[in-house]
Design a protein around this ligand. Structure first.
Ligand code: ZN
Length: 151
């Protein structure tokens, strides 16, 4: 974690163009210069990605993503927002500190950030049976909507 570039940004060891900060989250401009306004939102505690992130941090991260997205459209004259995330090597994650990309969009920007995928290989009924969260599924977690605990 000491070598994590995003932790260094949070700690001020690397300067960044900070858009927003609170107790749990930090947002700054991506310096890749691939599109105007490309923003990264990260938890202030080091988590690799959504798969190991504490649910409280995940919740606050998404609230910050929502806040910034609304700000960009309401106050900064953008017309829409794309959200991107990669969690895990298989998902092409490159920096191992959980981050969500905000890509602000203009109605006539002619960008295409929607991925071209290779096509499904299984019937949707098979995928439904494989993926649904059911009573007998060991992977079930229950979300307590009145609190932040997840069992
Ligand atoms: Zn980190």
């Amino acid at each position: 974690m000491n070598n994590c570039v995003f932790c260094k940004i949070i700690n001020g060891e690397i300067l960044s163009y900070k858009i927003y900060e609170d107790q749990y989250t930090y947002a700054f401009l991506d310096i890749s210069k691939d599109i105007d306004g490309h923003t990264l939102v990260i938890p202030k505690k080091h988590y690799e990605n959504i798969l190991d992130c504490d649910n409280t941090y995940s919740k606050y991260l998404m609230e910050t993503v929502s806040l910034i997205s609304k700000h960009y459209v309401k106050n900064c004259k953008y017309d829409g927002i794309n959200l991107l995330n990669a969690s895990g090597k298989a998902a092409q994650q490159s920096i191992n500190h959980f981050h969500i990309h905000i890509i602000p969009r203009l109605k006539d920007d002619k960008e295409n950030v929607w991925p071209k995928l290779s096509g499904s290989k299984n019937k949707i009924e098979y995928m439904y049976e494989k993926l649904k969260i059911g009573e007998n599924n060991e992977k079930v977690w229950k979300i307590d909507r009145d609190g932040t605990n997840i069992k």
